[in-house]
Write a protein that binds this ligand. Structure first.
Ligand SMILES: *[C@@H]1O[C@H](CO)[C@@H](O)[C@H](O)[C@H]1NC(C)=O
Ligand SMILES: *[C@@H]1O[C@H](CO)[C@@H](O)[C@H](O)[C@H]1NC(C)=O
Length: 408
């Protein structure tokens, strides 16, 4: 998904960032919303963004930790309003970046339009006259859902969409994801200020638990410049419990090392949580022991599968042992119940939705999409904290319960 082009792109961005000085629209929203769907074949989360003149709707993959919005300019880009991002700023000259002043800058600005929200309903469309994005090539679309023309990076970089939206409308640098658990349902990503209200009139934002967001000092992008920090969102998992019993883990793997290895991050481009091998083994052994269910054949890429006839259904999904991620203290726990641990791979087969990431992965725990679905997860960049709801099914709402009827 990344390329050598991105080294260049990132250098340009890093050194040549220009704040948004363009005119503000007259209506100032307090929050924005993107609608999310799940692609059946890739399990990627997709959204539609609107940019260019005339305005075009572009399907993109949501990349939570991605550095920026990029779109395929080889095949599709046509606009009368784009401008190359201006380099030659003081920072740019100071850095002496070779990429600055290149005749074909991959960093562009163009009109961007997005739906506002009052937190309850979609509101008027608002526009940002100059939103920074990068131009990618068609080959970068390989592996992405069909019909997609780029990726929307929501990472903590200054040119990530959350920071750009916040500076365009002067709202807080925070956003919240609510990923759908089904390909037939919609989810939402809110940018800006709370509340986040779901039918039947439940304000989720008032009942989140919080944990610090950590910065990995070494970029986790596949190509980057020495000294770059990761734009991905890391949290600290201190221990893991299965049915409230601690499992034994190598704690070194749970912290971010000075070389950037280890730790726990959150990802929307991994469909399932990926664990370093020793963590995977400890978790799955304890889970199997506690579940005490006969296994059926594996369904790749998932290893541990069960006949669903043997598993009770509960309000929180299949009745299986709970998986608790214990965060900064024993009282701050991200609980993963059956709805987020088990995957219905066929009518009668449920599999544990965790994957073995090998023995020396860059990041020890990558919390993937399935484990995030129907959870409201708030990324507060200014306060450097992550708020999470755990599954909302227990509160009788799902992420499809946003009222999609516009009040505009
Ligand atoms: C724990 O993990 C670290 C980092 O991978 C490794 O160097 C160390 O040998 C591991 N310790 C044990 C007891 O396996
Ligand atoms: C959804 O929003 C519309 C527009 O504000 C409103 O008329 C409708 O009653 C809402 N539906 C529910 C179920 O709250």
């Amino acid at each position: 998904m990344a390329s050598t082009l991105q080294i260049l792109i990132f250098s340009v961005i890093f050194f040549c960032f220009n704040p948004f000085t363009s005119a503000q629209p007259s209506f100032r929203p307090r929050a924005l919303v993107l609608f999310i769907t799940k692609d059946a074949s890739t399990l990627q989360y997709l959204t539609t963004v609107n940019q260019r003149t005339p305005l075009a709707s572009i399907n993109v993959v949501v990349d939570l930790g991605g550095q920026f919005l990029w779109v395929d300019c080889d095949q599709f880009y046509q606009s009368s309003s784009y401008v190359p991002a201006r380099c030659g700023s003081a920072q740019c000259n100071l850095a002496g970046s070779k990429a600055c002043g290149t005749s074909t800058p991959p960093l562009l600005q163009d009109v961007f339009a997005i739906q506002s929200t009052n937190g309850k309903n979609p509101g008027p469309i608002v526009s940002i006259p100059r939103l920074l994005f990068t131009c990618g090539s068609t080959f970068l679309l390989e592996g992405l859902a069909s019909g997609v023309q780029g990726m929307a990076g929501l990472g903590r970089a200054r040119i990530g969409l959350p920071s750009q939206f916040a500076s365009a409308f002067s709202f807080n640098r925070k956003f919240a994801t609510w990923l759908p658990s089904s390909i037939s349902a919609n989810g939402v990503i809110f940018f800006g200020n709370t509340p986040y209200t779901m039918m039947p009139n439940i304000d989720i934002s008032s009942s989140l638990m919080y944990t610090p967001l950590l910065i990995n000092p070494v970029s986790t992008a596949s190509s980057y410049t020495q000294g770059d920090r990761s734009t991905e969102y890391f949290i600290r998992v201190k221990s893991i419990k299965i049915n409230a019993k601690s499992i034994s883990l190598n704690t070194t793997l749970l912290s971010i090392q000075s070389n950037g290895y280890g730790g726990t991050k959150i990802s929307t481009v991994n469909p399932y949580t990926v664990l370093e091998t020793s963590i995977y083994n400890a978790l799955t052994e304890a889970f199997l022991r506690e579940a005490n269910l006969p296994r059926v054949a594996s369904v790749a890429p998932l290893e541990f599968c069960f006949d669903s006839a043997n598993v009770a259904s509960t309000r929180l999904g299949p009745g299986v042992p709970s998986i608790d991620l214990v965060l900064q203290s024993e009282s701050v726990v991200w609980r993963i119940t059956g709805s987020n641990s088990m995957v219905q791979v066929r009518d009668n087969v449920l599999c544990l939705g965790f994957i073995d990431g090998g023995s020396n992965p860059r990041t020890s725990i990558v919390l993937g999409g399935h484990q995030l679905e129907d959870n409201l997860i708030q990324f507060d960049l200014a306060a450097s904290r992550l708020g999470f709801s755990s599954s909302l099914l227990g509160r009788q709402t799902t992420c499809s319960n946003f009222n999609f009827t516009s009040n505009a």
